[in-house]
Design a protein around this ligand. Structure first.
Ligand code: GN1
Ligand code: MG
Length: 364
């Protein structure tokens, strides 16, 4: 066991003795470990990536407000097993804050949720449960009394992401623009830019609201129980005001992809309409209560926006020389870009079918 990690864990009041600390999950940003104890609970230890989240105080403030609010709602609704339905962060022993820092690194500890399953892919049935849970998550946060900051300003702002790609291309910091494939892909991606920046325009026109969203609803950030119900949504770092498109679109980007996010075989990658339909149906069953017509009409757009935005983000990182996402091999971000691009094109070709499905659902 890593003694340094054990020391860090010692800043939090755990129940029981630590018997092991081992890597957990496959997030692309933070470092995550499972802390095994001989007590009743295990814990999750996480190092917050401070080069990405520069204001950890603000970030943890958001998380504290959101988890407290959800917990209160669950209690009020008479829910059982609440500790498996919302994350519980331990206070640091001396400051009482939900993180410990030595000024260089930021760490936090939460209770490990027992008997929970995570998936990289889901069935239509599970996608339906996920849709219901997301609508509920957004509805629960609709009356959050606290004001949340943006831990990453303009995180899901497509205009900003498009600008970052242009800046990466202009700087060509890693010399990757010499590759004709890269140049060709830049031009192809940019030809859709105006279409894909529609949400920001609607926001400026005052016809699209922002609501508190999770903003990282990829399928492996959900914990399911053994019956397929969503226990809770984890990875709350990016909870902030955004368009509802964020959560709807990012879930489908991962759940409706028939391949992997970084699939090297593009034949595996396509947008699965059965997952779309099941998820959308579940989502509308709980979110219809608050969605405006503009939000609702643009859900098919949301399903294309997130593969597009992720293409742009992976690609900008590749061109910048891989400074943001963890990579496993040198071309990883290019492989991710190609896979997300294929997914975007396929999802976009299915927009009419998505729109038709949603219209039929609302006529029911
Ligand atoms: C990152 O931390 P993780 O791996 O859940 C990223 C998301 C991307 C995702 C792509 C803070 O999420 O926005 O969609 O990778 N998080 C941040 O897999 O940039
Ligand atoms: Mg994650």
């Amino acid at each position: 066991m890593d003694e340094r990690l054990k020391q860090i864990v010692g800043h939090f009041a755990l129940d029981g003795n630590v018997t092991d600390i081992r890597p957990l999950g496959n997030g692309l940003i933070n470092d995550t470990f499972r802390v095994v104890t001989d007590g009743p609970d295990d814990y999750v230890l996480q190092r917050v990536n401070q080069s990405i989240f520069q204001d950890v105080d603000l970030l943890q403030h958001n998380i504290d407000c959101v988890t407290r609010h959800i917990r209160e709602k669950l209690v009020a609704a008479g829910e059982t097993d609440i500790d498996r339905k919302v994350l519980h962060f331990l206070p640091e022993r001396t400051t009482g804050k939900s993180y410990w820092t030595d000024g260089k690194e930021w760490w936090r500890v939460s209770v490990f949720i027992r008997d929970a399953l995570t998936f990289e892919a889901v069935t239509p049935e599970y996608a339906g449960y996920a849709g219901v849970a997301f609508g509920q998550f957004e509805a629960m946060l609709a009356d959050l009394p606290d004001k949340l900051g943006e831990p990453i300003p303009d995180f899901h702002n497509m205009e900003l992401r498009a600008r970052q790609l242009r800046e990466a291309v202009a700087a060509d910091a890693a010399g990757r623009m010499a590759d004709p494939e890269v140049r060709g892909l830049v031009a192809e991606i940019q030809s859709y830019e105006e279409e894909m920046c529609k949400a920001e325009r609607m926001y400026r026109e005052g016809i699209l609201p922002k609501r508190i969203c999770h903003c990282d609803t990829k399928v492996n950030n959900m914990l399911f129980d053994s019956d397929g119900n969503i226990l809770c949504v984890i990875d709350l770092d990016t909870v902030m005001p955004s368009f509802v498109f964020s959560d709807f679109g990012d879930f489908l980007r991962t759940a409706a992809n028939t391949g992997a996010e970084d699939d090297p075989n593009l034949e595996n990658v396509s947008f699965n309409m059965e997952i779309f339909k099941a998820f959308a149906k579940g989502y509308l069953s709980t979110a219809s209560a608050f969605l405006t017509p503009v939000e609702r009409e643009n859900l098919p757009f949301a399903a294309t926006l997130f593969p597009y935005m992720q293409t742009v983000r992976f690609f900008a990182d590749y061109i910048n020389g891989d400074t943001y996402y963890k990579i496993k091999y040198p071309e990883h971000n290019l492989v991710r870009t190609r896979a997300q691009w294929k997914l975007f094109l396929d999802a976009r070709s299915k927009v009419p079918e998505m729109a038709l499905y949603l219209r039929n659902e609302s006529d029911k």
